[in-house]
Design a protein around this ligand. Structure first.
Ligand code: ATP
Ligand code: MG
Length: 406
């Protein structure tokens, strides 16, 4: 089968991960190399120090190249941050042909009608994803081409991003001689990696709790329904521990990862002092867990505020799936369950259809990294259509090309 090498880069606040894969088919993906390095120069999803970010990105790509023996020329890039906004918008066109048969060009017209909306100054369309179509205002249809009707509607999920934030990230990558193939919203990527089709069909909320941001995506009827980015995640938990317990940040980070438990229970035998992590730094286990508990409780409240409806239980019968590095906190699903009154599970990238160097990717922290490759493989036609024919995303990427080439 044809060999198609695809590379993607997940530029996180804690780590930068490059992945190189041979994508033979949607469910036949061989991971050839992964390069993970600590992230510098990034804060809450955006570049704050160009030189530091460039160095981290270079090191991550070099490592993936070394492992795979393949040189990276272009990458798919994950995008996140508070500058992202989303909304659902409808497009309507009439079907003018005598036979009233919907043709591919009608789909193009209706999508163009849906994305023909005012975008605030300094923002650009990142994705316009068709959620479903209706013909003559009747039942929802996934693929209307070849069906008859007089009026075609499309409901789309529109995602916009700040031009300057994305330009800065793209500039870091392009300045090291690597092309930006396409931009992918990170929660969409994470959703591809950790959610089942059944969950997406029935309705599910996904929260990727990373280092700097919590990326939220709600899926319904098999497609994206809502996205939101909260600028609070694991970094703030560590920072609270450091301040609350009077510890250096790196010691607080280690304590959180080794001993952190969101719901430690009333087991008094666990009221031990955490010692010996580094230079005799110590803290009460109970205090450590209380701080983490409060922060995560607050985060679940913020997630609730981002829901598109107060009746989120009906919207998402499959509940909440937690991923990202912070989802590794012990007891987090139980806390989420009591805060939101829905079922909550931890999501890790599944091995199904993916093989090769996958060991590192099994952790929740690699949901976005793995998802970038999956999104690309599963949505390739849509993506390349947009880039090659100068569509929405193509316009955005071509803008970078113009700005940064030469
Ligand atoms: N076992 C663990 N227990 C608690 N927290 C953990 C654990 N492992 C990782 N984390 C936390 O997860 C966070 C990193 O997660 P992740 O790798 O998903 O972030 P990122 O992708 O770099 O950042 P972002 O997506 O926010 O830009 C850090 O705050 C880290 O402390
Ligand atoms: Mg991340």
């Amino acid at each position: 089968m044809a060999k198609r090498i695809v590379s993607a880069i997940d530029v996180g606040t804690s780590k930068i991960a490059t992945i190189i894969a041979n994508v033979r088919a949607q469910d036949d993906i061989e991971i050839l190399g992964v390069g993970v390095v600590p992230s510098h120069g990034m804060h809450k999803g955006i570049v704050v120090n160009m030189d530091e970010a460039k160095t981290s990105i270079t090191n991550s790509i070099k490592e993936a190249q070394r492992v795979s023996g393949i040189k990276v020329d272009s990458v798919y890039v994950g995008v996140t941050g508070r500058h992202i906004s989303s909304l659902n918008n409808r497009g309507v066109v009439s079907i003018p042909h005598d036979d009233r048969l919907v043709r591919p060009k009608d789909l193009k017209r209706v999508l163009s009608a849906a994305r023909n909306m005012p975008v605030p100054e300094g923002k650009k369309l990142l994705h316009a994803i068709p959620r479903y179509y209706t013909l003559n205002g009747e039942e929802k249809v996934n693929q209307p081409v070849g069906m008859h009707g007089t009026r075609l509607d499309v409901e789309t999920h529109i995602i916009t991003a700040s031009v300057s934030s994305v330009q800065n990230l793209a500039k870091c990558i392009r300045s090291i001689g690597i092309d930006v193939e396409d931009l992918i919203l990170e929660p969409l990527a994470s959703g591809e990696a950790v959610l089942s089709q059944e969950e997406k069909d029935s309705g599910v909320i996904m929260a990727d709790i990373g280092g700097g941001t919590t990326d939220i995506a709600v899926f319904k009827d098999g497609n994206i329904y809502h996205t939101a980015i909260i600028p609070v995640a694991g970094y703030q938990v560590t920072s609270d521990i450091a301040i609350g317990l009077g510890l250096p940040f790196h010691v607080a980070e280690k304590m959180k990862k080794v001993y952190g438990n969101v719901t430690p229970g009333l087991d008094t035998s666990k009221e031990a002092t955490v010692t010996g992590i580094e230079n005799g730094h110590s803290a009460s286990y109970r205090d450590l867990c209380d701080i983490i508990h409060s922060r995560m409780e607050e985060l679940f409240e913020l997630i609730l505020l981002e829901m598109p409806t107060t009746d989120y239980q009906t919207l998402a019968p499959c509940g909440l799936v937690l991923t990202g590095g912070t989802a590794n906190l012990i007891g987090l699903p139980e806390l989420g369950k009591s805060a939101l009154q829905i079922q909550v599970r931890k999501g890790q990238p599944s091995d199904s259809g993916i093989y090769g160097i996958t060991d590192v990717l099994r952790d929740s922290a690699y949901a976005t990294t793995t998802g970038l490759i999956l999104w690309q493989a599963r949505n390739r036609e849509r993506s390349t259509w947009q880039v090659k024919r100068g569509g929405i995303l193509g316009g955005f990427v071509n803008l970078f090309r113009k700005l940064f080439r030469g």
